[in-house]
Design a protein around this ligand. Structure first.
Ligand code: NAL
Length: 331
């Protein structure tokens, strides 16, 4: 695997391929960033992009994590004071999860987003952007039922942050792609470069495999889950013996969320995965790659129940340090 393959491993898409190849040719000192609306507790969505940041640090990238307090406020996540308070806790949880604190710059959005120069640049982008485009960019990010003026400002600030943080590579889940496309189209109007983007996949709903896993609806796995919580959630998960389940009767696409969690959460962080089985069922299985595990599930060699047992164990290993951090934050 060369640097380009490692950088794009597990990405759902990159924009554009040529731009990422150029970064891969000289990654040292290049800056990658992710922004997160501060919330009290990390969930698997945060951890998925964090896995990519950890890989990029290994490739020589500098990593910037924007704790987007003003964005969370604009998205109706609470009072400004409450959001500020959760930002510090979130930063500690990222470090517990494995981001190298010596090579990660944590920035609070409000440190620069209220400066005069930033606000004037923001107004310049407002002049260039139609309300409908801003609204579309927010379709998979906006909380609440009603589109607000705040929701229209939000993606323009996200675009501008890419300029102010001087980033070479913007990372985000696939739900961020329309904001990033808006940024690529509108930033040249203020003489800034179009950002290069890498988008990570979304994990399907755990119990149905349909749609995406979400903290606001359905079952999600977070850093405050106990080992028993994780085991119970994974045990109930949808896991047919295939990576490519049939669509629903209504024609909706279905994924296998258990396999997705192995692919995007477990294998990026563990070089080897052991599925423990009693000797009478064939003994332990050891996998050095996700593809081998998928192949064994497809062939019937690996039973879904055994795969789930191993998944719960590895997820708990990933979550345990952050969970301890949360317990001490609450003490
Ligand atoms: C991500 C978010 C907010 C602001 C950003 C600024 C620059 C880059 C990424 C950013 C949060 C993200 C979310 N929109 O939905 O969590």
């Amino acid at each position: 695997m060369d640097a380009y393959d490692r950088i794009t491993r597990n990405a759902a898409e990159v924009v554009t391929d040529e731009e990422v190849r150029a970064l891969a040719d000289s990654p040292d000192g290049k800056r990658a960033y992710v922004g997160y609306e501060p919330s009290g507790v990390l969930h698997v969505g945060h951890m998925l992009t964090a896995n990519k940041l950890i890989e990029l640090q290994d490739e020589g990238f500098e990593v910037v994590v924007l704790l987007a307090d003003v964005h969370a406020y604009l998205n109706g996540k609470g009072t400004f004071a409450e959001i500020r308070e959760t930002a510090t806790r979130m930063q500690e949880q990222f470090v517990a999860y494995g981001l190298d604190p010596d090579r990660t710059e944590f920035v609070l959005g409000s440190e620069y987003q209220l400066d005069e120069e930033y606000v004037l640049d923001l107004h310049a982008l407002e002049l260039e952007t139609s309300l409908s485009r801003a609204e579309r960019a927010m379709s998979e990010i906006a909380g609440g039922d009603t589109a607000t003026v705040a929701h229209a400002v939000y993606p323009l600030m996200q675009a501008l942050d890419i300029v102010y943080l001087d980033v070479d590579l913007a990372i985000g889940g696939m739900e961020q792609r329309k904001v990033h496309m808006l940024a690529r189209d509108t930033l040249p109007s203020i003489d800034a470069a179009s950002p290069t983007c890498l988008h990570t996949p979304l994990i399907a709903d755990l119990t149905t495999g349909v749609g995406k896993m979400s903290t606001s609806s359905g079952v999600s796995i977070s850093m405050e889950d106990s080992a028993a919580d994780i085991e119970a959630k994974v045990e109930k998960a949808y896991c047919p013996p295939t990576a490519d389940p049939d669509p629903t009767d209504d024609g909706e696409e279905r994924e296998n969320p258990v396999l997705q969690l192995f692919e995007y959460h477990v294998f990026p962080r563990f070089s080897e995965v052991v599925v423990e089985r009693p000797d009478q069922y064939g003994g332990d299985l050891t996998y050095g790659s996700y593809d081998d595990l998928e192949a064994d599930l497809e062939s019937g060699e690996l039973h879904p129940a055994d795969a789930k047992g191993a998944l719960a164990t590895y997820l708990d290993d990933l979550i345990a340090p952050g969970r301890e951090r949360i317990e001490s934050q609450r003490a």
